[in-house]
Design a binder for this molecule. Structure first.
Ligand code: SAH
Length: 247
């Protein structure tokens, strides 16, 4: 059966807005209870039903900071996937990229897997160590990658924007190309809901370079969101009329 209903999970409003506007998606009330901070938009594109969810703002802080990180990402993905049936879930967003894996500012990576780099549960003789690392394989997207000229790689997730030596060791061990703060949580939610998943991540900062991630991130967030706006319709146009196995 060809793919019909696609869910995009995006952490930050700034990442989602240009894409939501470009596709003329309208706010939609049927995905989340009104009392929750998560937001959703829906519409159609090239014969596909498209829904975009974002994690909304944290009401505790008057500045209206986005609910980034694994907890909001996992909850909103699970709720969205329970609200209706989706054929495919795509995590779209920004990430830090490793130059040793070919990343440059603005590069697009399709995830071939996800893992966590800060869940250290090393209890010998138990499966908790592997559970902590939480390696998951994404849907294979070889044809899509070739069609849109994207890189592919493993995305590693933690709840921190920065990283220390222990994170670095784990990311290298897991053959990480890009890092973010949501992918593995979204992937996990897709797995428990049995919905095929991959990520489309645009690089805002170089992790193994000279400058701090935060500085580069703020500088490049706008252009990365624009890149998502250009890339995501190409992804949808490729997906339209295809089956999961054709991606
Ligand atoms: N100072 C920013 C922080 C946003 S957090 C602000 O308040 O606007 C960074 C977001 O971008 C997260 O959603 C994360 O998934 C992504 N991201 C981009 N570069 C990252 C990196 N190097 N490490 C981890 N997450 C990164």
């Amino acid at each position: 059966m060809s793919i019909k209903r696609v869910l995009f999970v995006v952490a930050m409003e700034a990442e989602a807005s240009p894409f939501v506007s470009a596709l003329s998606l309208a706010p939609c009330k049927s995905v989340f209870p009104a009392s929750l901070p998560f937001r959703s938009f829906s519409g159609s594109h090239n014969g596909l039903d498209v829904t975009v969810v974002t994690s909304g703002k944290d009401a505790t802080y008057s500045t209206g900071v986005d609910n980034v990180g694994t907890l909001p990402a996992g909850v909103m993905t699970t709720l969205a996937l329970q609200s209706s049936s989706f054929d495919l879930c795509i995590n779209a967003g920004t990430c830090g990229g490793f130059s040793r894996k070919g990343a440059e500012i603005g590069s697009v990576f399709l995830t071939k897997g996800a893992a966590f780099h800060d869940r250290r549960i090393d209890i010998p003789g138990t499966p908790f160590k592997d559970y902590g690392t939480g390696k998951m394989e994404s849907l294979s997207t070889t044809n899509l990658q070739a069609a849109i000229g994207a890189h592919e790689g493993i995305c590693s997730t933690s709840d921190s924007l920065d990283h220390d030596e222990r994170d670095d060791e784990r990311m290298e061990f897991n053959d990480t190309s890009v890092k973010d703060m949501e992918s593995a949580a979204i992937h996990w939610a897709c797995n428990i809901c049995n919905v095929p998943h991959f990520g489309v991540k645009v690089v805002t900062d170089i992790v193994d370079g000279e400058r701090p991630s935060a500085e580069q991130f703020m500088e490049n967030l706008g252009s990365a969101a624009k890149k998502l706006q250009e890339t995501l319709p190409k992804v949808l146009n490729f997906v339209a009329g295809k089956e999961i196995k054709d991606l």
